[in-house]
Design a protein around this ligand. Structure first.
Ligand SMILES: Cc1cc2nc3c(=O)[nH]c(=O)nc-3n(C[C@H](O)[C@H](O)[C@H](O)COP(=O)(O)OP(=O)(O)OC[C@H]3O[C@@H](n4cnc5c(N)ncnc54)[C@H](O)[C@@H]3O)c2cc1C
Length: 416
């Protein structure tokens, strides 16, 4: 069987790798010259297997007015005359209820744990050098009241088997000395030792190199796909922008935000909207940057040490459609970085902007498309694509092989 996968971001490359491992002949195509050129390029580097709660949760409704009115808030919303934006936002607000959020969290957790297992399998059998650290994660709180709230949650999760510790400010500095200059700003933290981090682009490129060495895999970069041609309910072939046709038995769309127009041309509405985010990267010494991943909770900013590179990621922009970097937003991330880690020269950090391909409810869509019997989707991983990539691709691989998957596939079943 021959499968053609569209998209060489972390999702498409892990999909191609999984199918090749299962014995498929695979063609992987991407418009860009290099893998991981889209959202997977310079993301936050968090493998947050235990922190997969969707953005759509009841607390958001209370926070929204405050966020929308404050220019320094992590959220920027620009209303547009765009039915896609309004439909997505309404579906997002509808998902902001306790029942949906807790069901989605449980479903994402099962996918995340499968991902962790698959990534560890890869690292054991054919290791990739991507700055992978298994140092845990600190969620640092600035307000004592929020730390107290977290304390209650940690106690609850302990009954469910989670291993997390509450640290006061002194314990936090003892655990992560790089935060010492910010001691007076911090109330404490929740420490989760099992969390991991790494460089998503290096991981994707490493798997891509492994694919390049396989005789049954064809890699077609700089090959933009214009449309999928459907005949009698099946995809016949892909047409590139130069008019060339690519044929296969099965097709997978894993093209991040590029999936939406490809599916729209088949009359199918993918529930995706781009949530813009920013990152800063710069080389760092062990004294300057935290060894453990840190989330600055109130500011919704994450810090990861990717083996000598400090990566800081932040911000959610809705309706901020241009590809550019907004000067005020990136200046704010630099300021926050300077305040938390004054030993780091934030002015030298390289800025990047990317678009999280987000579904309103936070669940990726993985499985057979309704648009054609031989068309499969692996899309919509939003803020968690790196974390969920290996599990999502293993799940899709099982479905495409007609096998019973390791986890319940139903919650991720596409309706498009
Ligand atoms: C600021 C920021 C921080 C983030 N932090 C984290 C984090 O810490 N942890 C985490 O787990 N996730 C994080 N994410 C989310 C994660 O980066 C994404 O979910 C993930 O990269 C999505 O991968 P993808 O392969 O679906 O999309 P992409 O990486 O965008 O890849 C899609 C590919 O498809 C190609 N393509 C599109 N259309 C076509 C076409 N017509 N023809 C051919 N090729 C096409 C594109 O060129 C691209 O290479 C973050 C995202 C952002 C923006």
């Amino acid at each position: 069987m021959h499968a053609c996968v569209i998209g060489a971001g972390v999702i498409g490359v892990t999909t191609a790798w999984q199918l090749a491992r299962q014995g498929w002949q695979v063609t992987l195509v991407d418009a860009a010259a290099e893998p991981a050129s889209g959202a997977s390029h310079a993301n936050g580097g968090q493998l947050s297997y235990s922190y997969v709660a969707p953005l759509a949760e009841p607390g958001v409704l209370g926070d929204l007015p405050k966020w929308l009115l404050n220019p320094n808030s992590p959220l920027r919303f620009r209303p547009r005359c765009d039915p896609l934006q309004w439909r997505w936002c309404l579906q997002f607000l509808r998902a902001c209820n306790a029942r949906t959020a807790s069901a989605t969290s449980a479903q994402l957790l099962s996918l995340a744990y499968l991902s962790r297992q698959m990534l560890h399998d890869i690292q054991q059998t054919a290791p990739i050098d991507f700055g992978h650290a298994r140092n845990g994660k600190l969620i640092a709180y600035r307000t004592p009241a929020l730390l107290d709230k977290a304390r209650a949650q940690v106690a609850l999760q302990a009954k469910l088997g989670s291993n997390q510790q509450i640290l006061d400010a002194d314990q936090l500095i003892a655990q992560e000395p790089a935060l010492a200059p910010a001691r007076s700003q911090l109330a404490g933290a929740v420490y989760t030792p099992s969390e991991e981090s790494g460089d998503c682009a290096r991981f994707t490129q490493g798997l891509f190199q492994q694919l390049a060495a396989q005789s049954r895999v064809t890699l077609r970069m700089q090959t933009p796909i214009q449309r999928l041609e459907r005949r009698s309910g099946r995809i016949d072939r892909l047409l590139t922008t130069t008019g060339e046709a690519i044929e296969a038995d099965q097709f997978v769309v894993a093209a991040g935000m590029g999936s939406r127009p490809l599916l729209a041309a088949l009359g199918s509405r993918a529930p995706l909207y781009p949530l813009k985010g920013y990152s800063l990267s710069l080389p760092c010494t062990p004294e300057q940057a935290p060894a453990i991943s840190v989330t600055d909770y109130e500011r919704k900013t994450v810090y990861a040490n990717l083996g000598g590179t400090l990566r800081v990621a932040a911000m959610v922009g809705i309706g901020v459609a241009d590809q550019g970097i907004e000067a005020d937003r990136i200046a704010l991330v630099r300021r926050q970085m300077r305040e938390l880690l004054p030993r780091v020269d934030a002015d030298r950090a390289q800025a990047w902007a990317g678009y999280r391909p987000a579904t309103p409810d936070g669940r990726p869509r993985i499985g057979r498309s309704r648009a054609a019997s031989n068309l499969w989707l692996n899309i919509g991983h939003g803020a968690l694509g790196f974390t969920l990539a290996c599990g999502s691709s293993a799940l899709l691989g099982s479905l495409m092989a007609g096998e019973t998957p390791a986890i319940d596939a139903q919650p991720f079943q596409p309706a498009c």
